[in-house]
Design a protein around this ligand. Structure first.
Ligand code: NCD
Length: 320
């Protein structure tokens, strides 16, 4: 097993063999999660704190279930009612929690880089559950597992990531991960929602959905991240749907067996037609949610192994 990371802050830090190790282990957790009794013991006795400075439904519940299924004591910090609202800094919050001896800290924060900063201040394993527009590593890993199960591989697939690329940590983490695994990535969306440096990222860029979706194996739609937009990036939602929303006509340009993905939460009739989202022959949106729990179990299992090994070495050192 190859997994060297101490924290999971981004996919940027992961080598292809580490990604494969994690996805392979996640497969075994998919099987466990389909059983009636879903208990593993990889996190027995460990304490996991979920610290979400941004709203989240699926990601937080997914991490909570993942920890509980593997035997961790899981606590959700309700940041909205916490001392953060009383003016405490991120670092003070981190130090306070650190003093409670957690082993795994799962953090979501609206600012890019905040989770990396926090990881420097604590002595447990930190998992980035999304920081600003920067990274969302477990989302890219669960997307990779979903694609690998549907298509049998990741390499030499054409993946079209469509919509609000500029504000999306999901797009960024997927682009990096899929590049490492030798998939061909296309970014498709309005010029106003394409990050300024995108041309140097080594992927194809399209404004026209018809060109961007042609012969794609995977169509990944993104949410319009209005909370990160100051001002008008699109003419209107109606116009956006007309040009960039995924409907049957546009999907017909992709390969006949192309799969449709969306990280959620989705806006039906804005990014995607509801009928396509619900079409079990094309949409793997529910599989993404299922894979999310398994991938988070695998990530926390691997980080806990490294944490135990590191602490074991440190303890041995004190007796020399
Ligand atoms: C994504 C996120 O929070 O970055 N959602 C998620 O984790 N499932 C995407 C989004 O909010 O649009």
């Amino acid at each position: 097993m190859t997994f060297r990371a101490r924290h999971l802050l981004g996919v940027e830090q992961l080598a292809p063999d580490e990604i494969t190790t994690l996805l392979d282990l996640a497969e075994s957790y998919v099987a466990l999660n389909r059983r009636t009794v879903k208990h593993g013991d990889a996190l027995d006795g460990l304490t996991q704190i979920n610290l979400f400075f941004e709203n989240s439904t699926r990601t937080q519940s997914s991490f909570e279930l993942a920890g509980k299924r593997l035997g961790a004591d899981v606590m959700n910090m309700a940041v909205a009612q916490s001392s953060v609202k009383k003016g405490e800094t991120l670092i003070d919050t981190a130090l306070t929690l650190n003093a409670m001896q957690p082993d795994l800290l799962v953090v979501r924060h609206p600012n890019s880089g905040a989770v990396n900063l926090l990881a420097e201040k604590v002595n447990c394993a930190v998992i980035n559950a999304g920081d600003g527009r920067h990274e969302h590593p477990t989302q890219a890993l669960l997307d990779a597992l979903t694609i690998r199960r549907a298509k049998g591989r990741l390499h030499r697939l054409t993946v079209a990531i469509c919509g609000d690329i500029a504000h999306s940590r999901v797009a960024r983490s997927n682009l990096i991960l899929l590049g490492k695994m030798e998939a061909r990535v296309r970014l498709v969306g309005p010029a106003t929602l394409m990050p300024s440096g995108a041309a140097e990222w080594g992927c194809e860029i399209y404004e026209d959905m018809a060109e961007g979706l042609r012969d794609a194996d995977v169509v990944m739609m993104l949410r319009l991240q209005k909370e990160r937009m100051d001002g008008g990036f699109i003419p209107s939602e109606r116009e956006y749907y007309h040009r960039w929303g995924l409907d049957a006509e546009k999907l017909a340009l992709a390969k006949p067996d192309a799969i449709v993905m969306h990280p959620g939460p989705m806006n039906r009739g804005v990014e995607i037609d509801g009928t396509i989202a619900d079409d079990i022959n094309r949409s793997v949106i529910q599989d993404q949610v299922e894979m999310g729990v398994a991938v988070r179990m695998a990530a926390m299992d691997l980080l806990a192994r490294n944490l135990r090994a590191e602490r074991g070495k440190a303890a041995a050192g004190t007796y020399v």
